[in-house]
Design a binder for this molecule. Structure first.
Ligand SMILES: *Cc1c(COP(=O)(O)O)cnc(C)c1O
Length: 426
């Protein structure tokens, strides 16, 4: 598989390099130089999830990894289902939260862990990442127990929900969690400093595992096919998919699925008040505003880092950006939609409810709607209980971790202190 740097097209890398490096020169994103196209999508959809996903990913990766190898990676990564649930006539929810950390990031995180192990040159790897909640948990669980890979996760002390903290700070082994005396921006600044330190980067084999990594997006393509496979042929002919978006990795993966041949009629780019993209699609002007905090906090992003990939793909395929549906939803409106869905017998948290609301508004006669449920309702228990006046149960993994002891260490917001930690955990 060849990929090129969107910003500096002459930089070409293999799948292995793209996975190890994350980003190209000048912070450019890698993009596949060629996309395979599946002619017989119906036959592909008739396969089971792991077999089909292996075929898709193997076609993308090409001869760099054998088909058997890709199959065993997918088998290890995708150990949980992605079911669709009928919410009302012609509208389905795609539940992406049945993995160990109850959010869709488990798919990408776990496949990235497999990919990194597969393309490693035997040297040390240290994953360093800052999290405000979800990503840290997915990365921690994905890399837990893997040989030769150390994971260091920074998070702002006292600023993530206690439940979220328990989910990834109770693992131990090769997972080291550090509570920084500062906010999320301070954590991100420390990570950036570490990546800017070339000597340190080399010494400990630094890698970020963030959503920029192409292996994460590739894994996410597979569940769009999985959703379509659970519908009748007639239903999936006129399919509209609504994607609750933050950094826009999920929507990029959906558009890639379409490019590979999955017949999706239309996508809806759904955001909360952080609406840089819907405004851009409306006015043609890219004008990020300061990020505002919402109840769908995993989408509180005003400078979405995957957007250049969407522009690149649409341009390559001749898809006008005006064919993308769009919209933003306020906290009040998403709460209303959580209640609306509950009244229809479906429990949903605000991220999914935002996608549902815009789908419901924009779906036309004869179309089938699918909205992505990116997190388990219990992962946002405080918000959901507040909206519904409920006391929802914690599912198994959350309940188990909630009872375990925190293993994090506290650290000052200081780069030298972080360096010591990074060297110590080797
Ligand atoms: C990360 C996340 C999103 C946003 O996904 P992107 O791929 O960054 O657009 C939406 N919902 C939840 C629950 C998330 O964790």
């Amino acid at each position: 598989m060849k990929l090129y740097n969107i910003k500096e097209n002459d930089e070409q890398v293999s799948f292995g390099q793209a996975v190890r490096q994350g980003l190209g020169r000048n912070q450019g994103l890698f993009f596949p130089a060629e996309l395979p196209k599946f002619d017989d999508v119906d036959a592909l959809l008739a396969e089971d999830f792991v077999t089909r996903s292996s075929k898709i990913l193997s076609a993308l990766i090409g001869d760099e990894l054998s088909a058997d190898k890709v199959n065993s990676m997918v088998d290890a990564a995708f150990q949980f289902p992605a079911p669709i649930k009928s919410v009302k006539d012609g509208v389905y929810a795609l539940e992406l939260f049945h993995g160990p950390t109850l959010a869709f990031k488990d798919f990408g995180g776990r496949f990235m862990a497999q990919s990194l192990a597969a393309v490693s040159d035997g040297g040390k790897i240290t994953i360093l990442t800052a999290t405000s909640g979800d990503t840290g948990a997915a990365v921690a669980h994905a890399f837990y127990g893997m040989e030769d890979i150390n994971v260091v996760i920074l998070y702002p002390k006292g600023k993530i929900s206690p439940l979220q903290e328990k989910l990834f700070c109770t693992l131990g082994k090769n997972i080291h969690t550090v509570a920084i005396d500062g906010d999320f921006d301070a954590c991100q600044a420390l990570v950036k400093q570490a990546f800017d330190d070339a000597a340190l980067r080399e010494e400990i084999g630094l890698n970020s595992a963030n959503s920029i990594n192409i292996s994460r997006l590739m894994a996410q393509i597979c569940y769009y096919f999985e959703a379509a496979s659970q519908m009748s042929k007639q239903e999936r002919e006129n399919l509209v998919v609504s994607v609750p978006s933050g950094n826009f990795g999920n929507l990029t993966a959906g558009l890639l699925a379409k490019a590979l041949g999955l017949p999706i009629k239309r996508f809806i780019a759904a955001t909360n008040e952080n609406d840089t993209v819907p405004r851009y699609l409306e006015t043609g002007k890219w004008e990020p505003k300061p990020t505002v905090a919402t109840t769908s906090n995993a989408m509180d992003v005003s400078q979405p880092n995957n957007w250049p990939r969407i522009e690149e793909l649409c341009q390559l395929k001749g898809w006008g950006l005006d064919t993308l549906g769009k919209g933003k939803v306020s906290d009040e409106q998403s709460a209303e939609s959580v209640r609306d869905l509950k009244a229809q017998g479906y429990l949903c948290e605000p991220h999914g409810a935002i996608a549902y609301r815009l789908l419901d508004e924009q779906l036309q006669d004869g179309e089938t709607g699918l909205f992505l449920c990116t997190a388990h309702p219990a992962k946002f228990k405080e918000v959901v209980d507040d909206i519904l006046g409920s006391d929802i149960d914690l599912p198994g993994p959350l309940a188990k971790h909630a009872a375990m002891e925190l293993l994090s260490e506290d650290l000052a917001n200081d780069f030298n202190a972080l360096k010591e930690v990074l060297r110590r955990v080797q």
